[in-house]
Write a protein that binds this ligand. Structure first.
Ligand code: ZN
Length: 547
């Protein structure tokens, strides 16, 4: 018997046996019937349907009883499905994560050259862990590895292993590996993909009560993975997780298990451009769309977010009976996803005016004082629980912030309050969200980042509160308030110095309800001479690497 027929036999053993038995029974029945007299033959034929119905009925009763009493409900009967799809994902389908692709290609080489590697005595790949935020294409990458290496791929989500019934989780693991072994037998290798592996791979708890079943499942996984070492067949286990490695059980990360890791991050500017190009070719879109501008507008978005944005834009276009997707639809889609659906509330003229000035306050601070962020949109249309919003983000992704940026964040948050006070003399409770943001930022600067001014440097939150002297606490909290009031003073000065522009922005918002990036830039540039638009230029000059 060659390998393929043997694999076919192993996969379909049960089916083949059942078909054989039925065939034999039919043959016996025909032989037996032909020996009977014609009256008895007819009698038997007539009774046959009744027998069949009765048999079917008792089978249904038995199965439902079994599942009700033993497995806790009918719905669980078909839960342990292992999907082995015919995956066909090429490298070209994996976009926006170029650096990671290189690593994945290396893995494919390792998988393809296994025989060569064994001969040389190199290390063989057993487990691969993919770590990264959701929606960044971990599953897609795993499928691409399988396709490119020409290896069968079976997958299961780890949450499916978690069962209330003791032993079910580990038996599912056993089944999964058994199937993989059969497939590997036929094709030479097999990839097992376990999604959300943190659901079973968290650090084991050694307490009584809860968590015991997860421990059993994890133990079984460890046993199976260790068993792979002695197998001649190549089975590679790939796990994907959104959680950081540190929550994983150390036993899982030991050599011979998931000892190789691929980190998948959010795509950079170029990656996002690629993604937009890719998804926009799938819909009817305006050829004028500036992909690089879209990429700049979607800092920190994942591939799944971008796919979502394009789909949402297509929906918006369809709803408004437009044939082509333009910037307008995409911009609306981004907002809808980020901020929720617009909500027409009836506001009095007085309240609308206050909201317009409040948002213009934020806007002004962003335009004049923020070193890294650009405003993409300002709006006084209410959404979810906000009455207005100023949508801003850094021009490119930043992974840390320096003191100037943090101060600017606080100033932006205080812009709304300062504008209300300056224009109306009284302020509203609409500032509460802004204050929360600003206060938390100032507190962190002093307590955690060593940015206070009175020599208390360090992260004081790691010290238990009762061990910090009252005097130190007082110093730190005073410093927080110093930062807070410095920022407020600066914002107030800016707004009263540039009162004319504040009025202009508020009037425009009241009239148009929404201002786009271009409109804001236009107003800013025509009303402010170049020598006063300094914050951003200074920052870019200062942050240029000196070498
Ligand atoms: Zn605000």
């Amino acid at each position: 018997m060659n390998r393929k027929t043997r694999m076919f036999w192993m996969l379909n053993k049960v089916k083949i046996i059942i078909i054989g038995v039925i065939f034999l029974l039919v043959v016996f029945a025909i032989v037996g019937m032909s020996a009977l007299e014609s009256f008895y033959r007819r009698l038997t034929m007539a009774q046959m349907p009744v027998h069949l119905i009765m048999a079917g009925f008792s089978a249904v009763v038995f199965v439902s009883m079994y599942s009700l009493f033993l497995r806790g409900g009918m719905t669980k009967i078909n839960r342990d499905k292992i999907s082995s799809e015919n995956v066909n994902v090429k490298w070209d389908d994996v976009i926006g994560i170029e650096e990671v692709k290189e690593e994945a290609k290396e893995v494919v080489e390792l998988l393809k050259d296994r025989t060569k590697l064994t001969k040389i005595g190199g290390k063989i790949l057993r487990g691969l862990l993919m770590v990264g935020p959701p929606g960044c294409g971990k599953t897609l990458l795993a499928k691409a590895i399988a396709t490119e290496a020409g290896i069968p791929f079976i997958s299961m989500a780890a949450s499916e292993f978690n069962e209330i019934f003791v032993g079910v989780g580990s038996s599912k693991i056993r089944k999964l590996f058994k199937k993989a072994r059969i497939l590997a037998h036929g094709h030479g290798a097999c990839i097992i993909f376990i999604d959300e592996i943190e659901a079973i791979g968290r650090q084991r708890t050694f307490s009584f009560g809860g968590g015991q079943e997860t421990n059993n499942t994890l133990n079984q996984l460890l046993v199976e993975m260790d068993g792979l070492k002695d197998d001649k067949m190549s089975i590679v286990v790939m796990g994907a997780t959104n959680a950081s490695e540190s929550v994983m059980d150390p036993a899982l990360l030991r050599p011979g298990r998931f000892d190789r890791k691929i980190y998948i991050g959010k795509p950079g500017l170029e990656g996002r451009e690629e993604l937009f190009k890719y998804y926009l070719t799938k819909v009817n879109c305006d050829s004028e769309i500036d992909v690089s501008r879209l990429a700049r507008k979607t800092v920190y978005k994942s591939p799944a977010d971008i796919e979502n944005i394009v789909k949402e834009a297509a929906l918006i276009a369809a709803r408004e009976d437009r044939e082509l997707i333009t910037h307008r639809e995409i911009s609306a889609a981004i907002e809808r996803i980020d901020m929720g659906i617009k909500h027409k509330r009836k506001m009095t003229e007085q309240e609308r005016r206050r909201v317009a000035y409040h948002e213009s306050g934020h806007l002004m601070v962003l335009c004049f004082l923020h070193p890294t962020d650009d405003v993409f949109k300002a709006s006084i249309i209410s959404r979810k629980d906000s009455l207005g919003a100023v949508h801003h983000q850094p021009r490119e992704e930043l992974f840390t912030s320096d003191r100037n940026q943090l101060m600017a964040n606080i100033q932006v948050a205080l812009g709304g309050y300062a504008a209300e006070e300056l224009v109306f003399g009284v302020t509203s409770n609409g500032v509460v969200g802004d204050f929360q943001k600003a206060m938390a930022e100032a507190h962190n600067m002093v307590w955690r980042f060593g940015m206070g001014g009175n020599g208390h440097i360090g992260d004081f939150t790691v010290i238990p509160p009762e061990q910090i002297s009252e005097k130190t606490k007082e110093h730190l909290n005073n410093e927080t308030m110093v930062i807070f009031s410095k920022c407020l003073k600066k914002v107030k000065k800016l707004l009263s110095d540039e009162r004319a522009l504040l009025d202009k922005f508020a009037a425009e918002l009241l009239q148009k309800e929404e201002l786009e990036y271009d409109e804001i830039e236009e107003i800013f540039k025509t009303h402010v001479p170049e020598d006063r638009r300094t914050a951003k230029k200074k920052y870019t000059a200062a942050s240029e690497p000196s070498s």
